[in-house]
Ligand binder design. Structure first.
Ligand SMILES: [Zn+2]
Length: 252
């Protein structure tokens, strides 16, 4: 599994709700309650999507000589659906309201609906509970995209799985590094192997084995200067990273 930081999906039709599969269960719930087909509650079908913006909620204005301008759809005002679909409320919400819920909100609201809660739980577990169900995944940061990919894998067996991650700590708050380490521990417990390329000292300190490449960057590096447990690398005089790792472990 190469968990890279490239965007997930090509356009606003890919969201945490659709990517996780939770939105399928939401649509089924709306269909059962209203008597309409599940397709009426998709912004990807003709039955459900606003005909003006084709379910995107916004329009790209192609103005000559100017960069593209994106405006809210004047017909649905960003709600993405037809008027008929938006007239349906289930548990007090329209389908557009559900897409505005964060993953954390949806977990609370649908705690008793396993088909919705089960696919959303791993997204909260990787520290992405603040994402809205309808948030376009191509707009997520590289770190968020990597963690959403990990979340999608958390429900599968980890036997014989090797993960390769390139700087997953990028843009993460120190508190979220702890969340990420917790997710890694869970994957390891389930049988996975994880190879991470990173510079974050908390992440290095949590590793079973550290390979320190250097001694400098670019053409001045590329050789293994130290390797072993974090304690061994921290005390290896050949390692440039060692003193920093030692300082980090002393303070934590
Ligand atoms: Zn529209």
């Amino acid at each position: 599994m190469e968990i890279d930081a490239t965007p997930i999906g090509l356009n606003a039709r890919s969201t945490p709700g659709t990517y996780s599969g939770a939105f399928d269960a939401v649509r089924a719930r709306f269909a059962a309650a209203s008597g309409l087909a599940a397709g009426h509650f998709s912004f990807n079908t003709k039955q459900g999507q606003c005909p003006t913006c084709k379910g995107l909620g916004s329009l790209d204005l192609d103005v000559q000589y100017l960069p593209d301008i994106t405006v809210d759809c004047p017909a649905c005002h960003g709600a993405r659906f037809t008027g008929e679909t938006l007239a349906v409320r289930v548990d007090g919400l329209t389908i557009a309201d559900v897409l505005e819920l964060t993953v954390a909100d949806a977990l609370g609201r649908y705690a008793g609906v396993p088909a919705i809660a089960r696919p959303l739980r791993p997204i909260a577990d990787v520290g992405l509970g603040y994402l809205r169900l309808g948030e376009p995944t191509p707009a997520l940061s590289g770190g968020e995209s990597q963690r959403l990919r990990i979340a999608a894998r958390l429900r599968s067996s980890q036997r014989d799985v090797l993960y390769v991650l390139d700087e997953p700590s990028t843009g993460l708050h120190p508190v979220d590094i702890g969340t990420l380490v917790g997710v890694f521990d869970r994957l390891l417990d389930d049988g996975a192997t994880i190879l991470v390329i990173d510079h974050d000292l908390d992440l290095l300190a949590a590793a079973d084995h550290v390979i320190d490449l250097g001694p400098a960057g670019g053409p001045g590096g590329g050789r293994i200067v130290a390797q072993g447990t974090p304690d061994e690398v921290a005390t290896d005089p050949a390692s440039v990273t060692g003193p920093y790792l030692r300082g980090s472990r002393a303070s934590s």
